[in-house]
Write a protein that binds this ligand. Structure first.
Ligand code: SF4
Length: 453
């Protein structure tokens, strides 16, 4: 059973029934009080503590400090599941104009935060290094700044390397697994695949593994064997793998229409993958592999507030702490919303970089961006850990007016949290080892002398 604070305990059917009927025995009440599941009515401190724990579960966002910028939509690859429907390399009208660049820089000047994170998306953003450098230059006034360049790493000339050599610049790329898989999914040319892998290795060798993050996109109809994918990542020194099925967006929507929903087969594959990570972590305890999103969800359970993962939070405010500024200056609440517009499905833009985005469109989306009032979520044990993503619902079903439990978002998270609690209560030392490491704990619950309720 789970309280609004996110504190949980395991109860048999009889105890669950007594609690639901408010017919607890004195022993039940003692347990609930001692474990902190209900505050003592006369203790102000306990009541405050509970309110604080509930508030900790809610996300907060007030100031814009995270920009996703698309200086160009052009790209030098044509991946079959491109989520953004990129434009061809030689096309025109798909890069920021002078006026858009000036408006972006003005927005940066107006930010009231001490720190900023900027993610350059595309297309292939390194095609417009001049625009990237102009933004970075303008961010010099911030106390802390971080720039992530999402690139296909096909081109790594001296200018690009000079950009990547900055301490505040990080690289994010796509690696679909072994070279053959990457070739099939993305480059369609062995030369381009070799070029990509060579550039990836060069970056890691020169700047260290901390400079680069890589994400696979997996075709659920023919996923690679877990060991093949893990080995591809391990061979380069990565130990975090974000196991993402093809996203139902952009070109993928047309070419992979079955990516709208994931079925039991994908979920079984996902579990097999996670269990393989656990086995490998146990056999060689000098390395800890993790599935990135599972670790995010796990930390949502045990370490509220430790994550700023904008895809899993409630409320999930739209156009407040982060926005996407497209190649033509249009502002979207998320990258998925940009893809929907680009695919001609629905225009979920909330404004423009010149005129701003505190608009009725933004407010409408924002009104529904919480799971707090949803009847299904209110009944769900996982509500304190889960989130809300109205854009995902619109992308898949064209509406948000659906019983939550009939959405892919819900099915995915129900499965993830079921899996997490199965792992958390496992007595298998291998499982406990991995779960503890994914939580960044120095030891397992047994080693730390902790007993789970
Ligand atoms: S798992 Fe589903 S029902 Fe439960 S909180 Fe998440 S979206 Fe709501």
């Amino acid at each position: 059973m789970v309280a609004d604070t996110g504190r949980f305990f395991r109860a048999g059917p009889a105890a669950r029934d007594r609690i639901a009927r408010e017919a607890c025995t004195p022993e039940d009440i003692l347990f609930l009080k001692e474990e902190g599941h209900v505050p003592h009515p006369c203790s102000r401190l306990e009541r405050r503590s509970r309110q604080f724990a509930e508030a900790e579960r809610l996300s907060w966002a007030n100031r814009l400090d995270y920009l996703i910028l698309v200086p160009t939509l052009r790209c030098n690859l044509s991946c079959s599941y491109c989520q953004v429907s990129r434009a061809s390399l030689t096309s025109t009208g798909h890069d920021w104009s002078e006026a858009t660049l000036a408006a972006v820089l003005d927005r940066i000047d107006g930010l009231e935060t001490k720190s900023i994170k900027v993610e350059f998306q595309g297309g292939e953003p390194t095609l417009r290094l001049d625009l990237i450098n102009a933004v970075i230059e303008r961010c010099r006034r911030f106390e802390r700044s971080e720039f992530v360049v999402c690139t296909n790493l096909q081109r790594l000339d001296e200018d690009v390397l000079a950009l990547f050599s900055r301490d505040d610049v990080y690289v994010s790329t796509s690696l679909d697994g072994a070279a053959a898989t990457h070739l099939r999914n993305r480059t369609a040319s062995s030369t381009a695949t070799e070029q990509f892998l060579g550039n990836l290795r060069l970056l890691i060798d020169r700047f260290g593994i901390g400079k680069v993050s890589a994400l696979p996109t997996v075709d659920p109809r023919s996923p690679p064997e877990p060991d093949e994918l893990i080995d591809a990542y391990a061979g380069l020194g990565f130990n975090s793998i974000f196991l993402r099925p093809i996203n139902f967006q952009g070109f993928a929507r047309k070419r992979h229409p079955d990516s709208r929903e994931q079925n039991g087969e994908w979920r079984r594959y996902y579990e097999r993958f996670v269990r393989r990570l656990i086995e490998r972590n146990w056999v060689d305890r000098s390395v800890v592999f993790e599935e990135t999103y599972l670790s995010v969800c796990l930390r949502r359970v045990f370490q509220p507030g430790s994550e700023r993962h904008v895809d899993l939070r409630s409320p999930n405010p739209v156009g407040v702490d982060y926005v996407v500024i497209d190649h033509d200056g249009t502002v979207y609440p998320t990258d998925e919303a940009r893809m929907l517009a680009r695919s001609g499905i629905i225009d979920l833009s909330i404004g423009t970089v010149e005129t701003g985005w505190d608009t009725p469109a933004r407010q409408t989306l924002d009104r529904h961006s919480t799971n707090a009032m949803d009847p299904a979520c209110r009944q769900c044990a996982y509500q304190p850990y889960c989130g809300r993503d109205v854009i995902d619902d619109i992308a898949r079903y064209g509406t948000i007016d659906l019983p939550r439990t009939e959405t892919e978002f819900c099915r995915k998270h129900m499965h993830l949290f079921d899996l997490i609690f199965e792992l958390v209560y496992s007595d298998d030392p291998a499982v406990r080892h991995s779960v503890s490491r994914w939580l960044r704990l120095p030891g397992t619950p047994t080693e730390l002398g902790v007993t789970l309720p």
